[in-house]
Design a protein around this ligand. Structure first.
Ligand code: PEP
Length: 257
């Protein structure tokens, strides 16, 4: 059985004091969660990582960065390395988010380099893939997903694959209030799992967690989680509110497949 994983992507929201308040609130609300069956990850902006790490230090809630650069160190103004994320207390890092692809020239090639650097530093990469509206309307969803997955995973072996979390995030559903239907999500999640099976074999494919992301809310999480290949969620907007994110996590933890 795959362990559910719910991650909150705070994007460029929350200053340090707000981040402390939000993480403290979530720690309180999720105090009784069964962390054996559900993994929870908070991904604040870089500026708040160390403080949130401090808040989470006596909890089972994990911490992640929203991006990283692949080099170990060097003259790369404005960038941050996997080691720096580790040093700030992270165990996870989001890689290839569609906003990075759309606004900051992230490509499948840079995603691949970042995944390798993250794994080398023992960070769990949460690798985002997903089609935009035009691609969906032109029936190119599976082609885009195949490209994203195959190119992101160039030279990643089966052992490394087991450490990766995949997030299927249809771009048209991110921050738009439009959620993919559970059937649409399941169809793509299954496609991803089948592709991983061809690339890495049945055992690895069955073990990889695939999150859904795109306007996840307390109102729709149960129907999404009920689908067999949906193993969790990557949550943007709703992760900025204590009540909403806690409700998403608690509801997910109650789904038994
Ligand atoms: C995201 O940022 O990854 C995301 C899915 O955002 P939202 O939940 O706001 O659509």
């Amino acid at each position: 059985m795959r362990k559910t994983i719910i991650a909150g992507n705070w994007k460029m929201y929350k200053n340090i004091s707000e981040a402390i308040e939000l993480s403290n609130g979530l720690k309180r609300e999720l105090f009784k969660l069964d962390f054996e069956s559900t993994e929870v990850v908070l991904c604040p902006p870089f500026t708040a990582l160390a403080e949130v790490a401090e808040v989470l230090s006596e909890s089972d809630i994990g911490l992640g960065g929203q991006d990283m650069y692949w080099a170990e160190e060097g003259a790369f103004t404005g960038e941050i390395s996997a080691n720096m994320l580790k040093d700030a207390g992270c165990q996870y890092v989001i890689i290839g988010h569609s906003e990075r692809r759309q606004f900051f020239a992230e490509s499948n090639e840079t995603v691949n380099k970042k995944i390798k650097a993250a794994i080398k530093c023992e960070l769990t990469p949460i690798v985002c893939v997903g089609e935009n509206l035009q691609e969906r309307e032109q029936n190119k969803t599976f082609n885009v997903i195949e490209d994203h997955i195959k190119q992101a995973l160039v030279d990643i072996d089966a052992q490394q694959m087991q450490k990766i979390v995949v997030a299927y995030e249809p771009v048209w559903a991110i921050g738009t209030g439009k959620t993919a239907t559970p059937e649409q999500a399941q169809e793509v999640h299954k496609y991803i799992r089948d592709l991983l099976k061809k690339m890495y074999g049945e055992d690895v494919a069955q073990g990889v967690r695939i999150q859904y992301g795109g306007s996840v809310k307390p109102e729709n999480i149960l129907e999404l989680m009920a689908k067999p290949d949906v193993d969790g969620a990557l949550v943007g907007g709703a992760s900025l509110k204590i009540d909403a994110f806690a409700a998403i996590v608690i509801k997910s933890s109650e789904v038994r497949k």
